[in-house]
Design a protein around this ligand. Structure first.
Ligand code: KG4
Ligand code: ZN
Length: 331
C-alpha cells in the first residue's frame, strides 16, 4: 500500500490531497478570493495566500482522508509550470515535510497531471488516447501513449483557451475568472453574433485575434447603443463560448482523424465548460469516439491529480532530490 501526500500551488489555488494506490482519499482546495478585486491573479498576493493556506489545507487533507502523518510514504508536488512565487511555497513545503520524515520526493508536471486526472475515477481512457488540455495558461492536444509517455501534437501560439474566456469576459465587464460566468450566462442565450475563426496551420491554436475582433465589435455596437452589452449579455456569452468551443473541437477532430485514435479526453479548467462538455459528446457520437470528461473537482487545479501522477511516478521509481527548483515555464 502506497500513501502519497500531494501538494499543488502553481497559480491561485492552494491544494493538498492524500492518494492511496492511485485512489484519491481526500482532495482539499483553498481558493483565493482576493484576486477578484484586481480582475486577475496578482502573483505576489497569490504567494502570500499560499503561505497562509498551506498548513491548514494539508492538515485538512490528512484529516479528511482518515490517515495520520506516519501513514505517508512519499510527497508529490507541482514543480511547474506556474507562477514562480506560488510554486516556491508548495515546493518548499513538500521538501520540508519530506526531509523531516525522511520520505522520497516526487516532482510533477502540472500539465501532465491535468491529463492523468482521468485516472482518478472510472471510466478511464485506454492508451493511446488524445487529450485536449485546456486551462488558463495552456491549450494543448496531447498524444498519451502511457502514464508517463506523452507528446504534445499541437498547442496555442498565443493566448490559452481559458485566457480567451477570461479576457473576453473582461471586455463584457464580467469579474475574474470570467470563464465560469460566460458559461452561466451562455445557457440563457443564443449564439447569434458571428465571430471569426482563426486560420492556424496544423494542430496549432490562436485566440488573440478573437479577443481583438470582440473588442472592435463591442466598440462599434456600444458607440451606437451604450446599453448594448447589458441588453445582449446572454447572447454575447453564448456566441463567445460557441466560437471558442468550435475552434477547440475542430482541431481535436483533425488530430483524431490524423492519428486514427478514437479514445478522446478533455482536461484542465476549461473542461468544466458546459458547452465544451456537451460539444465533445455530440461530436464524439458523430465521429465514433469514446469520450472522457473529468468530474468537476478534477477539471480545475487540484492536488488529487498531482497525487495520481505522483503514484505512477512512484511505481516507475521516478524520484527527485532536495536540490530540485521549480520551473516557472513549461519544462
Ligand atoms: O486548470 P485551471 O484551474 O488553472 C490553470 O492551470 O490555468 O484553469 C483555469 C481556467 C480559467 O481561465 C477559468 O476561466 C477557466 O479555467 N474555467 C472555465 C470554466 N471553469 C474554469 N472556462 C470556461 N467555462 C468554465 N465553466
Ligand atoms: Zn491547471
Amino acid at each position: 500500500m502506497t500513501t502519497i501526500l500531494a501538494i499543488e500551488s502553481s497559480c491561485d489555488d492552494t491544494s493538498a490531497a492524500i492518494v492511496r494506490d492511485g485512489l484519491v482519499l481526500s482532495n482539499c482546495v483553498a481558493n483565493q478570493e482576493a484576486h477578484r478585486l484586481y480582475g486577475g491573479v496578482v502573483p505576489e498576493v497569490a504567494s502570500r495566500a499560499h503561505q497562509a493556506n498551506i498548513i491548514p489545507v494539508v492538515d485538512l487533507a490528512i484529516k479528511n482522508a482518515g490517515v495520520t502523518k506516519t501513514d505517508i510514504d512519499a510527497v508529490a508536488f507541482t514543480r511547474g509550470p506556474g507562477l514562480l512565487g506560488s510554486l516556491l511555497v508548495g515546493t518548499s513545503f513538500a521538501k520540508a515535510f519530506a526531509l523531516s520524515r525522511d520520505l522520497p520526493l516526487i516532482e510533477v508536471n502540472h500539465m501532465q497531471a491535468h491529463v492523468l486526472a482521468h485516472f482518478a475515477e472510472d471510466p478511464k481512457p485506454k492508451f493511446p488516447f488524445l487529450c485536449l488540455t485546456v486551462s488558463g495558461g495552456h491549450t494543448q492536444i496531447v498524444l498519451v501513449r502511457d502514464f508517463l509517455d506523452m507528446e504534445i501534437l499541437g498547442q496555442t501560439l498565443d493566448d490559452a483557451a481559458g485566457e480567451a474566456f477570461d479576457k473576453s469576459g473582461k471586455l463584457l465587464g464580467l469579474g475574474y475568472p470570467a470563464g465560469p460566468l460566460i458559461d452561466k450566462y451562455a445557457r440563457e442565450g443564443q449564439a447569434r453574433f458571428p465571430f471569426p475563426e482563426p486560420s492556424v496551420p496544423g494542430l496549432g491554436f490562436s485566440f488573440s485575434g478573437l479577443k481583438t475582433s470582440i473588442l472592435y465589435f463591442l466598440k462599434k455596437e456600444t458607440a451606437a447603443n451604450p446599453n448594448f452589452i447589458q441588453e445582449n449579455l446572454a447572447d454575447l456569452c453564448a456566441s463567445i463560448q460557441e466560437i471558442i468551443v468550435t475552434i477547440l473541437l475542430k482541431k481535436l477532430r483533425k488530430a483524431a482523424r490524423q492519428t486514427g485514435i478514437r479514445e478522446i479526453a478533455i482536461a484542465g479548467g476549461v473542461s468544466a465548460n458546459s458547452g465544451l462538455r456537451k460539444g465533445l459528446e455530440e461530436w464524439g457520437k458523430k465521429e465514433g469516439w469514446n469520450t472522457y470528461i473529468p468530474a468537476f473537482q478534477y477539471c480545475t487545479d487540484n492536488a488529487g491529480m498531482i497525487g495520481v501522477t505522483g503514484y505512477y511516478k512512484f511505481l516507475a521509481g521516478e524520484f527527485c532530490g532536495q536540490e530540485v527548483a521549480p520551473y516557472a515555464r513549461q519544462g
